[in-house]
Design a protein around this ligand. Structure first.
Ligand SMILES: [Zn+2]
Length: 265
């Protein structure tokens, strides 16, 4: 009798997959990533030992980010890859082994189910982290092979307040070494009256604290940006629609500067 593979031990065959690819043949130059799309936890890790409420809050996922990503994918005709499980199971935007990859505490809340050994951490990576990133790699390889212009937009949302800190920004443009796309987004968004936009704040992209931008963007030489929208702007259908329309309009406007001479298709 054989024992199930570590990944299968985490995720049963009848559970949702670790990632979803929407519109893989989309004609846009934009490829959208949503690392923190879901707050689902595999049955084998019952709620990570947390109260259900905690998983529904911003620590469990990026509230509104999946809905925004799906709508932007439709408006731009852009491929989109979404992760299938909570960032607290394993964070798809952290290097494996980093302290926040499988946090034992998040925003002051202990996560009893995350006090685990290295073998268990590897099983989670095989079940949830690698399938998501392999799907992105396959999508980007396929576009490279047909010489399709590509920029990466990583879509996130952030909580309006942290203990001792109210956040004035409606949105934030985050980047690491490659500022090409970020500069264009910043310039366009700052033209909008009343919109407060963070320039690499409240967070910024680093090799040690991020994965998607350094690896899939900078690692391939692709223009890339991490867009954070404040969560209170994404709580209603109208809010999601307004942000999707705004980001789609900006991307269409800056695309020609990003890929001069490439045409829209
Ligand atoms: Zn996020």
């Amino acid at each position: 009798m054989s024992t199930p593979s570590p990944a299968l031990r985490i995720l049963a065959p009848d559970e949702p997959p670790a990632f979803e690819v929407v519109n893989p043949q989309g004609r846009s130059s934009a490829v959208l990533l949503c690392d923190h799309a879901s707050n689902a936890v595999p049955r084998s890790l019952p709620g990570l030992g947390m109260h259900e409420d905690a998983l529904c809050q911003h620590t469990g996922w990026d509230i509104g980010a999946a809905r925004l990503s799906r709508r932007l994918s439709a408006l731009l005709d852009a491929p989109l890859v979404l992760s299938g499980y909570s960032r607290l199971v394993i964070d798809c935007n952290r290097p494996l082994g980093s302290p926040t990859s499988i946090p034992e505490i998040s925003c002051g809340v202990p996560i009893p189910g995350n006090v685990i050994d290295a073998a268990e951490a590897m099983a989670r990576a095989d079940a949830c982290f690698w399938p998501y990133h392999h799907a992105i790699t396959a999508l980007l390889d396929e576009r490279r092979d047909r010489r399709k212009s590509t920029a990466i937009l990583s879509l996130h949302s952030f909580t309006p307040s942290m203990p001792g800190e109210d956040r004035p920004w409606h949105a934030a443009i985050l980047y690491g070494r490659d500022r090409r796309l970020a500069a264009l987004f910043l310039e366009a968004m700052r033209r909008e009256p009343g919109l407060c936009v963070g320039d690499n704040e409240p967070y910024y992209v680093t090799d040690g604290g991020d994965y998607g931008i350094p690896v899939h963007g900078e690692g391939r030489g692709l223009p890339c940006v991490l867009l954070e929208i404040r969560q209170d702007g994404l709580l209603s259908d109208e809010g999601v629609e307004a942000w999707a329309q705004r980001l789609a309009a900006i991307y269409r406007e800056i695309e020609a500067d990003l890929f001069p001479g490439a045409g829209s298709a």
